[in-house]
Ligand binder design. Structure first.
Ligand code: GDP
Ligand code: GDP
Length: 438
């Protein structure tokens, strides 16, 4: 299962950021490297009792202006309903129950998502102050008094949240099943593609037991193999939401990527590769996932001779870190080339799982070294003694060298190219680990 997503919703000043920061401060890790998203401080990864989850502060998008509070809150609630597995609805004991609390509560209750009502600013331990009981009027069973400033009750609250997480063990599929994440910006055509490729199949839709959100993995078995399309329910359901959703929808993409064997990175051919696309592709690359760049809406592009090759070049220029990825041009609408996708997915999944024996690798290494000398610095030359493949998905190679500092990025790239020339590894990133050996 992907990391569960927990969203905090509540009026301004109830203490959402304080709560968020309290947990972020306790974090084991913040995903600092994900471009763009973390800088907004809208989400953080939290680890609690050995489970990781993603915490979203839906209030963190933009500053509030008084007259717009209700609209903003509705917006927040919609985002939470759309993206989260569990929602923490935060209210402020010091303010008491307000009209907008009631309104938001009604919205949230309708969503059927698990909701925990956190009554914040209950700063004293001991008997519950009478003011807390008022909040039972919201009709929510899970009422948890907390003090975000002092961290009181936060553990109990998280334990309650955890009750709604799916069991970790339940999600695994057989080794041979290829997990596919279809990711990209809203409107790139993800749902259209999925509907198209599932269209002719006898689809078995499996609702994974214990899942709290309405995420559905779609399992498909055909002559090409066994596939699971991750999170397609969330993708297929059309969201009618604002621009803000785009930033949150990226979070969904991250978690789908983390679970996937192969990522289909969907680009809208009319718009070309956007910054958001680069971020999504970058994440797939960092996570070591195999990827296919799918340029969709090809039917809308005016074509002359060479258009496709020109376009392919532009795409790969923008996604320079992903030159290994096949680029396909499809129309989810007309179905053009859509039937090729299963085969390609299977192909890159196999490429990512290739294992090369140490003997063969070292023949290649010796040849490569003979052709281009390893770098040297101040009279010392890099020696690479041997190379072995440590793991697959992504293929990872350990290089044993005399001195790690002498290894250059450019030489690594050279070796990577040699490996690709000989063995392909199409669609998958390759990693090197450098070890010193006397
Ligand atoms: P947000 O707008 O919901 O993100 O609220 P903030 O986290 O910015 O908090 C608003 C104010 O409430 C700040 O002055 C906080 O210091 C204060 N606050 C937050 N949590 C608590 C709490 O548990 N107890 C008390 N007494 N004050 C709190
Ligand atoms: P999603 O948000 O990524 O799931 O995108 P959708 O699948 O909902 O598609 C967004 C819009 O683009 C819809 O109006 C689709 O009909 C349209 N669309 C999707 N794929 C194609 C395509 O290949 N060609 C054309 N012309 N329109 C497409």
């Amino acid at each position: 299962m992907s990391k569960p997503i927990v969203a905090i919703v509540g009026r301004p000043n109830v203490g959402k950021s304080t709560f968020f920061n309290y947990l972020a401060g306790k974090r084991i890790s913040i995903v600092e490297d994900t471009p763009g998203v973390t800088r907004d401080r809208i989400y953080t990864e939290v680890e609690w009792r050995n489970r990781k989850f993603t915490l979203i502060d839906t209030g963190g998008i933009e500053p509030y202006s008084e007259d717009k509070i209700m609209k903003q809150m509705k917006n927040q609630a919609e985002i939470a309903i759309e993206t989260a597995d569990v929602i923490i609805f935060m209210v402020d004991m010091k303010d008491g129950l307000t009209a907008s609390d009631r309104e938001v509560a009604t919205m949230l209750r309708k969503s059927k998502k698990p909701i925990i009502l956190a009554v914040n600013k209950v700063d004293k331990v001991g008997e519950l102050p009478a003011e807390v009981y008022e909040f039972y009027n919201l009709g929510m069973d899970n009422l948890m008094p907390i003090s975000s400033i002092h961290g009181l009750g936060v553990g109990d609250l998280l334990d309650e949240v955890f009750k709604y997480f799916p069991d970790e063990a339940e999600e695994e599929y057989d080794e041979e099943v290829i997990k596919v994440a279809v990711v990209g910006k809203p409107n790139a055509g993800k749902s259209s593609l999925i509907n198209k490729i599932l269209g002719e199949e006898r689809v078995i839709v499996s609702d994974i037991p214990g899942t709290t959100r309405d995420a559905i993995d779609t399992y498909v078995e055909n002559e090409e193999g066994k596939f699971v399309f991750i999170d397609t329910a969330g993708i297929r359901r059309k969201s009618k939401i604002t621009e803000n959703i785009e930033r949150y929808s990226a979070i969904r993409s991250w978690t789908a990527i983390e679970r996937a064997d192969v990522c289909l990175i969907m680009i809208d051919a009319v718009e070309g590769v956007t910054e958001q696309d680069t971020k999504i592709a970058g994440y797939a690359h960092e996570q070591g996932k195999a990827s296919i760049v799918v340029v969709n809406k090809w039917d809308l592009v005016e074509k002359t001779t060479g258009t496709l090759e020109e376009y392919r070049k532009t795409v790969l220029e923008k996604l320079g870190f992903m030159l290994y990825a096949p680029v396909v041009f499809i129309s989810a609408k007309t179905g053009q080339r859509v039937d090729k996708i299963y085969n390609l997915v299977k192909y890159v999944a196999n490429q990512a799982a290739l294992r090369i024996t140490t003997g063969v690798l070292n023949d290649l290494l010796n040849e490569a070294i003979a052709m281009v000398q390893p770098p040297s610095d101040k009279g010392r030359r890099l020696k690479i003694y041997y190379m072995t493949q440590a793991s697959v998905k992504p293929p990872t190679f350990v290089l044993f060298v005399n001195n790690m500092e002498l290894m250059h990025y450019s030489y690594e790239r050279y070796l990577e190219n040699q490996l690709r020339k000989s063995f392909g590894f199409e669609g998958t990133p390759i990693r090197f680990l450098i070890r010193e050996k006397e």
